[in-house]
Design a protein around this ligand. Sequence first.
Ligand SMILES: C[C@@]1(CC(=O)O)c2cc3[nH]c(cc4nc(cc5[nH]c(cc(n2)[C@H]1CCC(=O)O)[C@@](C)(CC(=O)O)[C@@H]5CCC(=O)O)C(CC(=O)O)=C4CCC(=O)O)c(CCC(=O)O)c3CC(=O)O
Ligand SMILES: NC(=O)C1=CN([C@@H]2O[C@H](COP(=O)(O)OP(=O)(O)OC[C@H]3O[C@@H](n4cnc5c(N)ncnc54)[C@H](O)[C@@H]3O)[C@@H](O)[C@H]2O)C=CC1
Length: 192
Amino acid sequence: MNQLYPIFLKVHQLNVLLVGGGFVGTEKLSFLLKSSPKAQVTAVSKEFNAEFLELAGQAANVTLIQDAYDEKYLGGKHLVIAATNFPEINKQIHYEAKERYILVNVADTPELCDFYLGGIVTKGNLKIAISTNGKSPTTAKRLRQMLEEVLPEEIDELLENLNAYRDTLKGDFEYKVKAMNEITGMLVEKKG
Ligand SMILES: C[C@@]1(CC(=O)O)c2cc3[nH]c(cc4nc(cc5[nH]c(cc(n2)[C@H]1CCC(=O)O)[C@@](C)(CC(=O)O)[C@@H]5CCC(=O)O)C(CC(=O)O)=C4CCC(=O)O)c(CCC(=O)O)c3CC(=O)O
Ligand SMILES: NC(=O)C1=CN([C@@H]2O[C@H](COP(=O)(O)OP(=O)(O)OC[C@H]3O[C@@H](n4cnc5c(N)ncnc54)[C@H](O)[C@@H]3O)[C@@H](O)[C@H]2O)C=CC1
């Protein structure tokens, strides 16, 4: 059983440290920004590859620091993603983050992760996150692609309309709960 508890982070108001601006760092930054274009990210790396620089250059809130990792970069950070090509540096980042109670992900080393990045589907206001418990990231990717394909764009209209309806409801909390459950009931009704 997958015992991970998913949460939806407001990364535009959190400080994320990403260490390593190579292939894996680029992939992590790319998925982070795809979901959260205004994510506040400080990227520290000895070198950045061209793709990383391009991605960071187009982003609203990505700061680049060309340097070797140092624990001082953990100051004021809520989340850390380690993606250097040196396992011992990634391990050091992991332990120094843990000392400070900062949540840490060592990309591609599940046992050094407090959290995993998942496959993410966004349709307007709707967001679905997918995890395979680290068993098969490729399956998370394929499911993400499948859901992106089959979920209609109109699903966002449904959410907006239901929100507008919800705002028209007068009455107490209990009444609203009942009304919202009634109007959305057909979404889960089984066809006879
Ligand atoms: C545990 C986790 C930790 C973390 O990184 O957070 C992790 C770990 C590892 N990834 C590895 C490899 C690959 N990762 C991908 C892709 C993605 N990986 C992502 C998440 C996660 N990857 C977390 C678990 C998520 C879950 O619970 O399911 C996604 C969903 C999100 C993201 O990266 O943002 C993103 C798809 C996003 C999308 O497309 O939507 C591909 C496929 C591809 O690129 O085509 C490959 C190559 C194929 C392969 O090797 O499987 C390896 C082996 C490395 C080695 O060989 O040494 C490990 C280590 C291990 O498994 O031990
Ligand atoms: N690229 C891949 O497909 C795979 C990578 N991995 C693992 O993922 C990790 C990262 O791999 P890649 O991104 O491909 O490597 P890469 O070589 O493309 O990037 C590593 C980045 O880390 C930076 N770096 C190195 N030492 C540093 C330090 N002390 N402080 C700050 N930055 C530092 C480098 O300048 C470089 O930008 C490695 O542990 C690798 O073994 C695992 C499986 C597949």
